[in-house]
Write a protein that binds this ligand. Sequence first.
Ligand code: DOR
Ligand code: ZN
Length: 434
Amino acid sequence: MRILITGGRVIDPASDLDRPADLVVEGERIAEISSPGSLGGSDRAGFDRVIDAKGMIVAPGLVDIHCHLREPGFEYKEDIESGTRAAAAGGFTSVCCMPNVKPVTDGRGAVEYILNRARQAGAAAVYPIAAITKGSEGKELTEMAELREAGAVAVSDDGKPVENAEIMRLALEYAKMFGLPVISHAEEKSLAGDGVMNLGRVSTITGLRGIPNAAEDVMVARDLILAELSGGHLHVAHVSTRGAVELIRQAKARGVNVTAEATPHHFTLTDEAVRELDYDTSTKVNPPLRSAEDREAVIQGLIDGTIDCIATDHAPHHFDEKEQEYNYAPFGISGLETALGLTFTGLVKSGRLSLKEALSKLTITPSRIVGIPKGVLRSGGPADIIIIDTQYEYTVDLNKYESKGRNTPFSGWKLYGRAMTTIAGGRIVHEEAR
Ligand code: DOR
Ligand code: ZN
């Protein structure tokens, strides 16, 4: 398939490119990025598809280094096909999926299974993240050399912390030998207790059990100390507290090998949403939505680079599971289809991040963290491309969701920054109907 994308403003944060250009896709690759109009009218005839991107942004396909595709084991929540279709609809062409599936992604066969399924059914490229410990039980390290060889790009026991500090130290030492980042789900269990939302004013008013900031801060502090000791690459998932942001900032200043991510829900909402939405369980997420000060600190962290990238923590759940009392519903927000809109509307339109910075945090920066050759636009490179209409206002409509998980507090929100066309590996995998 030959595709011509004409007249757009091409932004590639990796190469610092921001200019009007035409883009030619041939097969799975970008064949050419050329000056606008340099391809004459007669050339146009040779294309299977010509996309007019006038007034739009042409950018690398987005890269999400933290999502839950739920396959194998929980296909009733999501599967690789529906999850990657949701990714494509949200502008993501590469996603890294967490290992908390059944069986846990803790061996070669499990990694290969996901890769095979993604090859058959994936609308986006899938990069498995393998477990740190067997069964994510926190006891015995996985065979990381083998996991890496099979195609795992990082290790994490996400959903659970590695409670034993010595195991975490060894994991960082071991993963370092294979160039794998260790992604920390930073939660000190004894402090988090059986909390269901942020500990603060709203939890006091509502009577819901609270999770203190300290549950995250203590674990981030521990993991930073262990990263410093081992020299291993620590990546802190879903940073939600001001304390964690400050600890990571200080660690970076002294040269610790640490990177971090923030989710759209944590930089958009506060724990007030739990009350405002009348205890809607779509606001129940781990780590919880925090206070306004925490949200502001997360945004500051994104601005000053303490927080390197934006990741969705897309955590789809079945309607019936979320349709329970707040205390019993599972944690998680279905996030792939709103991430770009929330980033664009909340951070770019408001002037807090430039468009290039925001795109960088959704493309090249996450790619580098997990070491995948994605998130760039260059001739000869993979044809993973999105065309964003920044003027187009759309309403988050659950009936149009590709994900099986409709658990989002953003239903009905009006957002800007929609991927109108998503091209993954040279295939048009999503086109938005206006
Ligand atoms: O809210 C969350 N949901 N946080 C996690 O860490 C795990 C995830 C899930 O798997 O549902
Ligand atoms: Zn997590």
